[in-house]
Each structure stands twice: as C-alpha cells, then as structure tokens.
Design a protein around this ligand. Structure first.
Ligand SMILES: Cc1cc2nc3c(=O)[nH]c(=O)nc-3n(C[C@H](O)[C@H](O)[C@H](O)COP(=O)(O)O)c2cc1C
Length: 196
C-alpha cells in the first residue's frame, strides 16, 4: 500500500570537526530513525562548507541579503529554508559551538534581519521544529547552557521552534556515545515526539 503522507524534510547540521565522533554518531542514530519512518534526510558537516565569517556590515539589515556569495548562500541557507525539522549535533568547545558551526550561525543574521528589521514573513504559517543533540567531556551543571542559548536564538531567527534537546555529559573519547546505555531509546522517543 502506498503511503500518501508527505515526507518531512529533516536537515542535520553536524558541528563536530572530528570524523566519526560522538556528535556524528548521535546524528546518524537520529537520521536512521527518521529514514525508517520514510522522511527525507540530509546532513551537512559545518567544517566542509567554505564560508566567509559575518563582518557585521549591516547589508542584510537594510537590503535583506548578504554581501557574500559562498557555501552559506548556495548550500546552507537553502537547506535551512527547506527544512521542516532542523537538528544540530555538536560537541562543546570551550562552552560554545565549534568555530565552523558558529560561523554558519552568525551568517543567519540575514534571516534575523529579514524577520526583525525588515518585518518580512519568509516562513508564513510553516511550523518548523528544532532539536539540539550535544556532547561534552565534563559534567558541570552549566555545561550546555551556552549551546542551548545559541541554538535557541538561531532557531528563533529562522522561525524554528526549539522543541527539545538531548545533552550527554562525560562523553570524550571517540566511540563513547555508542556505548551509552539509553542512546537508542532516547533517540526513538525524541523522534516519536517530533513526528507525532
Ligand atoms: C577544542 C576543544 C574544546 C573542548 N572544550 C570542552 C569544554 O569546554 N567542556 C567539555 O566538557 N568538553 C570539551 N571538549 C571535549 C569534547 O566536547 C568531547 O571530546 C566530545 O565528546 C567531542 O565530541 P565529537 O566526537 O563529536 O567531536 C573540548 C574538545 C576540544 C577538541
């Protein structure tokens, strides 16, 4: 029997520069679950995109477009606009996102400007959802505060509702996430709440 339900577009942004590391593993579990349910998935690795850093020139605040034409404009931004669900997976680097991912988020200023300065309604009544998957080596109470705040305001600029996060402390060496006792159950439950 054919499934006539429209596939959800799921975009993953991986912030870790480490190949096959813990964040990448979290992302692959999440996307496998989405694929099993028949949804369309795409993952972008922040470090593979060649982009300029935001220079705060204010062009986007007056004209609604960025002065740079690069992988942000050609690859990242169209993917963010198309997504129904956006998932970030990332390690903590000095209590923040790694630089390549933060550079992409800074360039999202173009969407912030269009929304808040130019009062454009790019996403109309689309209900977009955002999720953060994160890992860090230490165990402090505030470990993920920086990532959560940055993700919240990135999502807000792109008219994405911050739905949930899964943050794992004490994860450092490659392969440690695979051994986590509740990872699969956590991801299955998260995906269920997102698609239901
Ligand atoms: C440059 C750098 C900075 C880091 N800063 C922190 C930190 O501030 N707090 C922390 O708990 N772990 C920190 N870590 C550890 C990573 O978050 C941890 O190893 C994580 O599991 C790596 O995930 P990945 O395999 O997805 O890259 C840092 C690691 C690196 C390489």
């Amino acid at each position: 029997m054919q499934n006539h339900k429209k596939a959800i577009q799921v975009l993953g942004i991986n912030g870790s520069p480490r190949q096959n590391g813990n964040s990448r593993y979290l992302m692959s579990c999440f996307m496998e679950e989405m694929k099993t349910l028949g949804h369309d998935t795409q993952v972008l690795d922040a470090v593979k995109l060649k982009i300029n850093s935001c220079i705060g020139c204010s062009n986007c605040e007056t004209k609604g477009v960025c002065i740079f034409k690069d992988d942000f404009t050609n690859i990242f931004l169209p993917a963010v606009i198309k997504a129904d669900i956006l998932v970030i997976s990332s390690p903590i680097y000095f209590y923040a996102f790694p630089a390549a991912l933060k550079a992409l988020i800074d360039r999202i200023q173009v969407l912030w400007s269009r929304k808040y300065r130019l009062k454009m309604d790019d996403f109309k009544d689309r209900k977009r959802k955002g999720v953060l998957l994160a890992v860090g080596a230490t165990r402090g109470k505030d470990l993920f505060d920086g990532l959560k705040l940055t993700a919240r305001y990135f999502f807000d600029a792109a008219d994405i509702q911050y739905k949930a996060d899964l943050c794992y402390r004490g994860i450092d060496e490659k392969g440690e996430m695979e051994k986590h006792p509740t990872i699969h159950e956590d991801i299955t439950n998260l995906v269920q709440t997102l698609v239901s």
